[in-house]
Design a protein around this ligand. Structure first.
Ligand code: HEC
Length: 204
């Protein structure tokens, strides 16, 4: 019991140390996020490495079968965000400086019907296969002032490994569509219902 407690304490101290270490190296510019963006000396964004440990907020899907076989992104669009940025958004309705939104594409398993669907134990539908690409947006109002405070980065549209660093994409490649079509600070929040807190369960 004693030993268990000690191990727990050490564990807690260990993770506290890691948290404070990462938040110091991240940046004083981003006090409201845990894993902020890291840029190299050329201003390229380093690939966010631990995004799958963040909060999973949604997975829009635009399959080939519904887009004349020519969907630009036929995969599931799995979207993740840093836990602290998520909490900040829930509290204030705003994305803090340093928010990193990651969209990892994930292939749809090969279909057996004309519409690309297949049959699994749960029913007929579209089922996830291998990861296949990484797109990232970063909120930094000063660095990306020209595109309303968000920078956009593509780390490859293929199987991992993804690029280790990416240049900011030209405004017309990414930001322009988000500016024109996403009405909540350039993020398509309407698709991410997990941003709405669950109601507190009634006492049994
Ligand atoms: C023609 C419009 C369009 C263009 C161009 C575009 N996006 Fe998006 N993006 C969307 C839409 C719509 C969504 C949400 C629905 C979805 O994923 O299908 C989205 C979602 C995202 C998300 C998830 C967070 C959010 O804002 O909802 C990221 C990250 C993202 N895009 C990055 C990029 C990057 C990087 C580029 C350029 C390489 C890019 N986008 C180009 C329309 C666009």
């Amino acid at each position: 019991m004693q030993t268990n407690k000690l191990i727990c304490r050490l564990g807690a101290i260990g993770s506290l140390a890691i948290v404070s270490f990462t938040s110091t190296i991240v940046s004083a510019d981003y006090p409201n996020v845990e894993s902020g963006p890291v840029f190299d000396e050329r201003g390229r964004l380093l690939q966010p490495s631990n995004f799958r440990e963040g909060v999973f907020i949604g997975a829009p899907l635009t399959p080939h079968a519904l887009n004349d076989g020519k969907a630009g992104f036929p995969e599931f669009h799995n979207v993740y965000v840093d836990r602290a940025a998520y909490r900040h958004f829930q509290r204030t309705g705003e994305w803090p400086e340093g928010t990193v939104l990651v969209k990892e594409l994930q292939l749809v398993k090969k279909g057996t019907f004309d519409d690309g669907s297949r049959l699994e134990a749960s029913g007929r539908g579209y089922f996830p296969d291998e990861p296949n690409g990484l797109d990232v947006s970063v909120k930094d109002s000063r660095r990306f002032a020209a595109t309303d405070g968000w920078g956009f980065f593509n780390f490859g549209h293929h199987a991992p490994p993804y690029a280790s660093a990416a240049e900011v994409a030209p405004a017309e490649a990414c930001a322009a569509c988000h500016q024109a079509n996403a009405h909540d600070d350039m993020v398509f929040s309407d698709f991410y219902r997990q941003l709405t807190p669950l109601p507190t369960p009634a006492m049994p």
